[in-house]
Design a protein. Structure first.
Lengths: 373, 258
């Protein structure tokens, strides 16, 4: 490195360049650079604006401006051009709680709030400890007593009268909670060296994944009782719940297995070299990493299953989707099925979007430094 | 080169009994004969450097010692325990043998301290406080104690490898295996890791080290083993090995790397 310039002279700093006029471009510049920078981008932009102008105002008008936003008899909606939200005013309790005795509907209402509360609490970091082991059994017991009754002076309500949101939430959340550990066991079993365990897990996963959920539900609710000894019946709702758990576990197992395969071999070797047993290595080293990297596909599966619970209608269980369909079968309100669909869609969206947002937060929360995996 | 410990100190700390013996060890990967009739005895406190071209079986050799690889023929005895399919024996050997990997293999989801205390707590059943005190002692020794609460991903390669050494030492092993510990490091970080290893050698640890750091071999090793195509071709104390290699394959290898 030859020193060419400074031959013992004092150091003279170079003048700093002047600051750029504006670091962030103004809105007009931004528009010009991003939306109108070439002739075809200009074309796409104008086309897009045209489509939005054609659709959005009409939608808003239907949804808000021309809509009927109050309780009213069905006839009142005939003069309305927009949405007839009177339908929702009239039917919301049936959609949410199905055929549950009307004057007792505070019970499923409270149960839903309690249930959502338990899920929300479980998602919060300060509660990630042994308190969950108390909250869930107690919470589930209270939920059950509220819904089923027969205790503390509550009338007994058999579960064939239950319906709507409590059913959907229960099937999905309990399904997820039970399916999750089962799926981990299946994923580990599929990678096991023990041939019988491996064969069972592969067979189970491939069989369940190979058939539609409807088939599994049918098997559980129609065929299963045929195999049972006479006089023994298992509750229909429980059978549907088990079918959902079995189905969800098979899908989740493949997600978890993907995570296990993504963990570098060196992690297994380091655990082995330190003398950790198989289960210690799995619990402390491999699974925490595998489950963390598979959060997005896990939540994908949960969201999918949340919506798939609506298929239980084919075995005659009144989930949220089914109660809405029954509600629009009312001759008087038949014309307003779109409003019913939109109402239920919004409910589903709230739950699914919350799951998605939570998973994004969770990923950030569990991120550790600049990983080089 | 960075390593500066005189080779003479080696002899004084060396015990007399063989802590590792490999006799007639053969290993195949399918048809590929990766270890051919390996006979090796390592004395307690001995420092051995294993070198050789890539694919010569040197990593496989030391990975057989803690059974990350299993051998198909012959016998390997580590600290009086025969390595067989017996899981109890394997676990007993692994508790005595520490290993440092080329790619560190730290657990990225655990802090540096937790990396060091996990095995002592769960394998050696140490109380948490005791395991943490031991861990801090060894992290101090590899001069990285201030990083204890950080995660591996926040450290440089050299720092990570020193944590990996400390993690292995926390199990208070009798033998340390090093599998190319500096090969994945940027050049400026090699020295800090080698210095740590030299310190360890001075304290009388039994070490088997696969490395191409010949300066380290000259300074620390009691014996250098040259492997090629699955065989131990030549072994000697470092001065004789480097100055006067006997086998033409050794000569060719040394010409290429020195």
């Amino acid at each position: 490195m030859a020193d060419i310039t400074n031959t013992g002279a004092d150091f003279v700093p170079t003048q700093a360049r002047p600051a750029p006029a504006s670091v962030r471009p103004g809105p007009m510049t931004w528009l010009k650079e991003n939306l109108f920078n070439t002739w075809y981008n200009t074309l796409f932009t104008l086309g897009g604006i045209y489509l939005l102008v054609q659709t959005i105002p009409g939608l808003i008008d239907w949804f808000f401006a021309s809509a009927l936003w109050e309780a009213a008899p069905a006839d009142a909606c005939k003069e309305i051009a927009g949405a007839c939200w009177a339908f929702v005013y009239e039917k919301w309790r049936f959609i949410l709680f199905g055929t549950y005795p009307f004057e007792q509907q505070w019970r499923p209402g409270t149960a839903v709030v309690l249930f959502i509360g338990m899920v929300v609490i479980s998602c919060m970091k300060p509660f990630w400890n042994k308190s969950l082991l108390v909250i869930w059994p107690v919470g589930l017991a209270v939920t059950w007593i509220l819904l089923s009754g027969g205790l503390f002076g509550l009338d007994h309500v058999p579960n064939n009268l239950w319906g709507g949101l409590p059913i959907t939430l229960m099937l999905a959340v309990i399904g997820a909670i039970v399916a999750f550990p089962v799926s981990i066991a299946l994923a580990l079993g599929r990678r096991s060296n023990m041939p019988i365990i491996k064969a069972f897990c592969v067979g189970y996963i491939e069989l369940i994944r190979g058939v539609p959920l409807i088939t599994v539900l049918f098997m559980a609710s129609v065929m299963f009782p045929l195999f049972m000894p006479e006089g023994i019946t298992i509750d229909k709702l429980l059978r549907a719940q088990v079918a959902i758990i079995m189905f969800m576990a098979a899908y989740l197992a493949e997600v978890v297995r993907g995570g296990l395969q993504a963990i570098p071999k060196g992690q297994y070797e380091a655990a082995d070299a330190m003398g950790l047993s198989y289960w210690q290595a799995m619990v402390f080293i491999i699974l925490p990493q595998a489950l963390k990297i598979t959060i997005p596909p896990q939540v994908n599966t949960f969201i999918g299953m949340f919506k798939d619970t609506s298929l239980v209608l084919i075995v005659g269980i009144f989930d949220l989707m089914f109660t809405m369909r029954v509600a629009i079968n009312d001759l008087e309100w038949r014309a307003y099925y779109l409003e019913g669909m939109v109402f239920v869609a919004i409910l589903y969206f709230i739950f699914c979007y919350s799951m998605s947002k939570y998973s994004q937060w969770l990923e950030g929360e569990l991120h550790r430094g600049h990983k080089r995996l | 080169m960075s390593a500066t410990a005189p080779a003479e100190t080696a002899a004084s700390t060396m015990g007399s009994h063989d802590v590792i013996t490999m006799s007639g060890v053969n290993k195949w990967y399918g048809d590929f004969h990766v270890l051919k009739d390996i006979n090796l005895a390592v004395k307690s406190g001995e420092r051995i450097v294993v070198c050789g071209p890539s694919g010569s079986g040197k990593s496989t050799l030391i990975r057989c010692i803690n059974r990350l690889e299993e051998h198909q023929e012959g016998a390997i005895n580590v600290d009086g325990i025969e390595l067989t399919d017996n899981i109890k024996n394997i676990d007993a050997v692994r508790a005595e043998v520490g290993m440092v990997f080329q790619h560190f293999n730290l657990f990225p989801h655990l802090s540096v301290l937790d990396n060091c205390t996990l095995a002592p707590i769960w394998v050696k059943k140490q109380p948490k406080a005791e395991a943490e005190a031991t861990a801090m002692k060894y992290l101090e020794r590899v001069r990285i104690a201030e990083q204890a609460p950080k995660y591996p991903g926040q450290l440089s390669g050299g720092q990570q490898q020193r944590v990996a050494i400390a993690r292995a030492l926390c199990m208070t092993p009798k033998i340390m295996l090093f599998d190319e510990p500096t090969s994945a490091l940027d050049p400026e970080m090699v020295k800090e890791v080698l210095d740590t290893m030299v310190d360890l050698a001075k304290e009388g640890m039994t070490m088997l080290c696969v490395t191409h750091e010949m300066g380290f071999a000259k300074a620390v090793a009691d014996r250098v083993i040259f492997m090629d195509q699955g065989e131990i071709v030549e072994q000697n104390e470092p001065n004789a090995f480097f100055d006067n290699p006997q086998n033409p394959r050794t000569q060719e290898f040394l010409n290429q790397i020195l």
